[in-house]
Design a protein around this ligand. Sequence first.
Ligand SMILES: C[S@@+](CC[C@H](N)C(=O)[O-])C[C@H]1O[C@@H](n2cnc3c(N)ncnc32)[C@H](O)[C@@H]1O
Length: 346
Amino acid sequence: MEKALYHPTSGFYATGRTRTGQGGDFLTPVSPGPVLGELLARQADEIHETLGRPPIFNLIEQGADTGWLARDLFLSVQKNHPRLASTARLHLVEPHPALQQIQHRTLDAAGLTKSVQWHASWKEFPGSSTPCFFYSCELVDSFPVKILQFRDGAWRQKAVGEKDARLVWHVQEADPDTRTEIQRWKPPEVEGNTMELRPGVEPWVQSWAKKIPCGMVVTLDYGFPAAQLFSPARSGGTLVAIRNHQRVQDPLLNPGELDLTAHVNFTELEDLAAARGWKNYGLTDLARGLTTLAAPLLKEDSNLPEAWIRNFRHLTHPSFFGQSHQILVQGKGLPGTFCPSMVMKI
Ligand SMILES: C[S@@+](CC[C@H](N)C(=O)[O-])C[C@H]1O[C@@H](n2cnc3c(N)ncnc32)[C@H](O)[C@@H]1O
């Protein structure tokens, strides 16, 4: 999965071909238009205000891909949130040079490149006391997974090998660390049950938690809390291969030409961040999270443009992104009584 998605010259994402949107291979919540960026800008402004309007404030995105969400969010900050705009710096964590170039073009066309800095990884992101709003959309689902299957009374790893110039599955013993990790999630030990583990998640949380002193982290993705993710309802696992808006049955076909993705274990993200002093404010679906954020706009402005309403419905409707996608909101250094709008009950 690592090679198929990120090989420097032929990985699905590393080539810089457009993968998201109508002209790509799949749609994401960024695809329907600028409303997601606009609503995230409202959440960022609320945090900036809650922290007493600090003189420098970092907006950070990782996995920005085309750069559309960063553009939409930053343009909205400039237009609608002047106090945040005068202090905000945009940072993109992007390891792939081809994607950095695309993001550069997107932000340049919107006149924003002066306010942006790129970092190839979190290691290069400067540690400081500056508060941050770090957001990502469909980033974690694209971190490589290990596939485990319960067979003949034990958990085994489905590894990928080569036979007659084709990639094939071969099943091997799971190593002791993997077996310990599996037990942590208590998946049903039923013949054929399949699950994924994502080894890149812990180092990822570790790296942002080390560099962000306070503020908010918003992780938008599809997935479930562990109890639901590893329940008998998902006994086939969640790995999916996609090309040209269609599901492909064999994920080993045409490596580098298919998107490979698996659902996110949000309990893992909550536990890892909590162990590093971060408070979990809540996990909510996109429909609820964005509706609470948009509530003042929906009340104040009965003349919202038709295109805005269509974009908002696309994000919140249960048959589009409204229920499939979740938002995890985590924070540090915020007042004890504070509750982010995104997870507020309405
Ligand atoms: C499913 S796409 C989502 C793109 C975009 N955020 C959106 O929602 O339309 C996943 C993106 O995450 C990026 N990605 C995966 N691992 C990454 C990492 N460690 N650092 C930065 N980006 C990463 C991929 O290159 C790809 O651009």
